[in-house]
Design a protein around this ligand. Sequence first.
Ligand SMILES: NC(=O)c1ccc[n+]([C@@H]2O[C@H](COP(=O)([O-])OP(=O)(O)OC[C@H]3O[C@@H](n4cnc5c(N)ncnc54)[C@H](OP(=O)(O)O)[C@@H]3O)[C@@H](O)[C@H]2O)c1
Length: 303
Amino acid sequence: MVPRQKLHVRGPEVSRLAWGAWRALKGEETKTPPGLARFIDRCVEIGITTIDLADIYGGFAVEGHLGAALRESASGRDAIEIVTKFGIRPVGPARPHNREKHYDAGRTHIFASVENSLKEIGTDRLDLLLLHRPDFLAPAEETARALEDLVASGKVLAVGVSNHAPAQVSLLQSRMTVPIVTNQVEMSLMRLDALDDGTLAQAQQDDAAPMIWSPLGGGRLANPEDATARPVREALAKAGARYGIDDIAAVAIAWLLRLPSRPVPIIGSTRFDRVQSIARACTMALEAQDWYRILAAARGPLA
Ligand SMILES: NC(=O)c1ccc[n+]([C@@H]2O[C@H](COP(=O)([O-])OP(=O)(O)OC[C@H]3O[C@@H](n4cnc5c(N)ncnc54)[C@H](OP(=O)(O)O)[C@@H]3O)[C@@H](O)[C@H]2O)c1
């Protein structure tokens, strides 16, 4: 079973691995509501209960797709934690009034977006709401007040951010009494900025576990045709052999799980056999020397 942890001391509790619904409408197993219902039931059976969404996924169609699936699933709404995001306003047929793509963390949009997400998913509460990207024009006080009011209303149980620099997290937190429980950031052996740019240090300092998107580099790490990732794949395979895990994707996730900031990787595969194989990462405690060997394969020998 995939274990559980709190993102922050004040909640919420999540599964140590989340599943990301971004690609749901493209996967053979997940593109229909009954298929997604079965997929989620199987994830819940192995302990993956945290589902990551955003209003914009699938051209604003994925939240409704999940809602339809939940109505057919055996496990149902109460068996999962729903994470969704707001704040990116793209141009497209689902939002004809947007003239230019922009970010919006203003009060009116936050409330409208949450009401829409609740309606699409068919639920009375979001376990976690994230500001998808920083809005350079929204005063921190305004965003903070709106998020606090949503938590007070019970429609949102916890709040966080995504793709924020550490100073941007600190600014918003300085205006709010409810905690920012996570900063959801891109990280993988193909994208290591968070190690050095203060993101993981801040997460550990605030005891707010980061959520990690594209933890396999969007699939590049597992793709044998991607030449850039070849040295990393070789290092992952070698470590996997040492620990009896024959899936480099699982070892790549175990590499992230080893970090002391307690990251929650969001698995993006739409194939349950792959998700199940990756879940073995939770049983694998990489020794420090194996961890550093993999790091060196990703970005060159240590100084
Ligand atoms: N906050 C943000 O700004 C942001 C941005 C992007 C994504 N996200 C979240 O992060 C989640 C994960 O992102 P991601 O989909 O890029 O994650 P990922 O796990 O890095 O990549 C998943 C992709 O890799 C492919 N893949 C190929 N071989 C695989 C293998 N052996 N094992 C597993 N996957 C393999 C999958 O294809 P198959 O489906 O065919 O297995 C899928 O297309 C998203 O669903 C979304 O919830 C957040």
